[in-house]
Design a protein around this ligand. Sequence first.
Ligand SMILES: NC(=O)c1ccc[n+]([C@@H]2O[C@H](COP(=O)([O-])OP(=O)(O)OC[C@H]3O[C@@H](n4cnc5c(N)ncnc54)[C@H](O)[C@@H]3O)[C@@H](O)[C@H]2O)c1
Length: 311
Amino acid sequence: MRVLVTGGAGFIGSNLVYALVGSHEVGVIDDLSTGHAENLHPSAWNRTMDILDESLSEAFAEFAPDAVMHLAAQSSVPRSIQDPVRDSAVNVDGTRLVAAVAAAAGATRVLSASSAAVYGEPAEVPLQECSPTVPVNPYGSSKLAAETALAEQLTGTGTDFASFRFSNVYGPRQDSEGEGGVVAVFCSELAAGRTPVIHGSGEQTRDFIYVADVVAAIISALEFDGKLCEGEPCGPAYNISTGEEVSVTGLATALRPIAGFYGSYGSARERAGDVMRSSLDSSKAREVFGWESQVTLDVGLGPTYRWFARS
Ligand SMILES: NC(=O)c1ccc[n+]([C@@H]2O[C@H](COP(=O)([O-])OP(=O)(O)OC[C@H]3O[C@@H](n4cnc5c(N)ncnc54)[C@H](O)[C@@H]3O)[C@@H](O)[C@H]2O)c1
């Protein structure tokens, strides 16, 4: 299969590309705004460009993908608050453009990265795909609007599609800023011998999912032989998550033996736009295309910390 990965120089995208190369023909489109040239796989077809560039359709036509994994995005909540207009342009208009040019280039499936942020502050956890979507920051709003744009663009075209609502992804190659950043921030601070800071009470919870689990979900969905856009309940939306709710304090505790840190964490005020609780039920992904997470937090934190402590 020829798979085009937008955002393939980023955290999740580069982990996906490295997993795909060898069994698939892989193309990457990335403007390197938050991704890194050293993440690019030398055997992939790599194109440095903005997905909003008017030559996007030519790049898609040249690579001629069978399937697209759209990961390119403005991926940071704080940046979405600082510059909501750019956030919306990249995440909403960009997703619509990718969907349109993918279908025109003959792709039979487009998977798009959405986020737990579309739900906002949950009334109850774990969240299911049909739970209310009430985003509390521009990033969550743009991700929700991107889901709508994807569906508007591809419904009835013969190109299958789905939006994957990732919970907080962590693992090697994550930058210590960005949406799922708390694991990366703690690991990078500890690896540098500094004291990490917990924002707010530390009782806020997240559903931390290891990047290899996310990569496995994407590959399962790429290879699925049914229609993802008609999955029930709630059509093309799929939670990609563990269903486990872990507090930031719990994360800090789990990292202690891995990093050999037994001092006190620092504290600072709550960050704007953060929700108090997050946990997503991913049983729909298991029932529709046979994926479920495998890696527990204790297991995933080891290679993650070692990656930050390398060199
Ligand atoms: N990391 C998480 O915890 C998490 C959680 C939920 C959703 N997501 C979503 O998953 C996707 C990947 O996230 P990530 O953590 O790997 O982020 P990332 O920032 O590492 O990767 C995004 C990539 O997209 C590229 N990019 C950004 N704007 C672009 C543009 N206009 N044109 C071309 N390329 C562009 C960046 O250079 C980067 O390589 C994003 O859509 C993000 O919103 C991530």
